[in-house]
Design a protein. Structure first.
Ligand SMILES: Nc1nc2c(ncn2[C@@H]2O[C@H](COP(=O)(O)OP(=O)(O)OP(=O)(O)O)[C@@H](O)[C@H]2O)c(=O)[nH]1
Ligand SMILES: [Mg+2]
Length: 427
């Protein structure tokens, strides 16, 4: 079976915690801090695999977690980084946030590999927190939390040409003749059950990809037949080939058949209707010269501004002309296939709501700010960078930590200690 949507849960690795330890050596009574850093957590990475044509790998597995970073150790040992988890998808896979429907990534063309969830940063060990006033820091930074997300994977195939038509028109027969693909061909409707891609390489200046779309029927856009399920696979093609059976009975004769298919395309999306197209009238080998002429004339009269090719997918008649014309048309159409711009932004788990305390330590004459809310903030803030420090100042203000310090009577020049970091307070 061909799977073109799947819902999965992804989670990056948590950063390892920094370690608290002190050097112990003979004859050295008070060894300095030597707790190592935690390793970084693994990323969740999506990668295009050209060998894949469906999302079948995601049928039974729905949960994907990258490895956590290891905690730091003593003697300045840093924890091992967690391994990234690489998820392979076919080209054309769109990743959406399940909750908001926003685009996380579109794995197409230029975007062959993308980190979708970064692993948590490893926490710094206490060896980083020794300062002139704080020789024996008992604090190490916790590792940054893992990031997790429920996402919907949706495949919208990327092909240059979409082959559309009623069932049994001979689409798969044509594909098998001009490309490397080997679709099933049979004399009954709905032989092809999912889109099949083939690469056309012979007799063209630049190879292109044709998608054989399962037969459409009246009402397809409303879900009849294999219907709407496959119309989305036409969205990202650049050129359509309307294929019709020249020997089909009246109600499915070429002009009617093409008009019906175009009604379905329009009902799905006006954009499909705007795509350039050519017409291939197939099975001409089954007609005599007069019948051939009269059918082609009818189609040409009706679609007077379109290019109409008479072909036989079985005998090969007319196919070189059709293929070389498609090749030229493709070179004239700009490569502006629909790609989806990411608009999803991962929101860090908020530290709001977690407790914290602000106290005054008389013995050491410092103000202490502690608690899970502060630890969480330190986990994702790099205080030694300017940006990190700005964020930290904003955090102190917004979380009313500054106003609580003021209530305790803090004055300019007093020391505030936050897990081993000492700051001079200035209003
Ligand atoms: N005489 C003749 N028969 C053809 C020609 N092309 C295809 N056929 C026959 O038409 C039948 C349907 O061909 P397919 O290629 O399976 O048709 P399809 O459009 O892919 O059909 P679905 O997959 O059901 O949408 C098969 O029996 C083919 O052998 C042709 O040029 N001439
Ligand atoms: Mg077919």
């Amino acid at each position: 079976m061909f799977l073109d949507t799947s819902k999965i849960f992804i989670k990056s690795g948590k950063g390892g915690d920094g370690h608290v330890s002190f050097r112990r050596e003979k004859f050295v009574p008070d060894g300095g801090p030597d707790g190592g850093d935690g390793g970084r957590g693994g990323d969740i990475v999506f990668e295009i695999d050209k060998g894949l044509s469906a999302l079948n790998d995601y049928r039974y597995s729905h949960k994907f977690c990258a490895q956590n970073g290891a905690d730091g150790g003593n003697k300045r040992c840093n924890g091992k980084d967690g391994e990234d988890l690489i998820l392979k998808v076919p080209e054309g896979t769109i990743i959406r946030d399940e909750k908001t429907g926003k685009i996380v990534a579109d794995m197409s063309r230029g975007n062959q590999r993308q980190v979708v969830l970064t692993g948590g940063r490893g926490g710094k060990g206490n060896m980083h927190y020794a300062t002139s006033t704080m020789q024996a820091p008992k604090y190490a930074q916790p590792g940054q939390a893992a990031r997790e997300l429920n996402v919907i994977l949706e495949l919208k195939v990327l092909a240059d040409v979409g082959l559309v038509g009623f069932p049994n028109a001979g689409k798969s027969t044509l594909l098998s003749r001009v490309s490397n693909a080997q679709p099933k061909i049979a004399n009954y409707p709905f032989t092809t059950l999912n889109p099949i891609l083939g690469v056309v390489e012979k007799n063209v200046s630049k190879p292109f990809i044709i998608a054989d779309i399962p037969g459409l029927i009246e009402g397809a856009s409303g879900g009849i037949g294999l219907g709407i399920k496959f119309l989305k696979h036409i969205e990202r093609t650049r050129l359509l080939v309307h294929m019709v059976d020249a020997v089909a009975p009246d109600e499915t004769e070429p002009v009617t058949a093409i008009e019906k298919i175009r009604t379905e395309l329009a009902a799905y999306s006006e954009d499909l209707l705007k795509k350039p197209f050519v017409i291939a009238v197939n099975k001409l080998d089954a007609l005599d010269e007069d019948e051939k002429e009269s059918i082609l004339k009818k189609v040409r009269d009706h679609f007077s501004d379109k290019e109409v090719f008479g072909i036989s997918a079985v005998s090969g008649y007319g196919i070189p002309e059709l293929i070389s014309r498609i090749s030229v048309l493709l070179s004239e159409i700009k490569e502006d296939i629909v790609t989806y711009e990411p608009d999803f932004v991962y929101e860090e788990d908020s530290s709001a709501g977690l407790p914290f305390t602000v106290t005054f330590d008389q013995e050491e004459n410092v103000y202490l700010v502690e608690g899970p809310r502060i630890e969480r903030m330190l986990g994702y803030t790099n205080l030694s960078s300017e940006k990190g420090f700005d964020f930290f100042q904003k955090f102190m203000k917004e979380n009313e930590i500054l106003s609580q310090l003021e209530e305790l009577g803090i004055k300019d020049g007093d020391t505030v200690r936050i897990y081993g970091w000492d700051f001079d307070y200035y209003k």
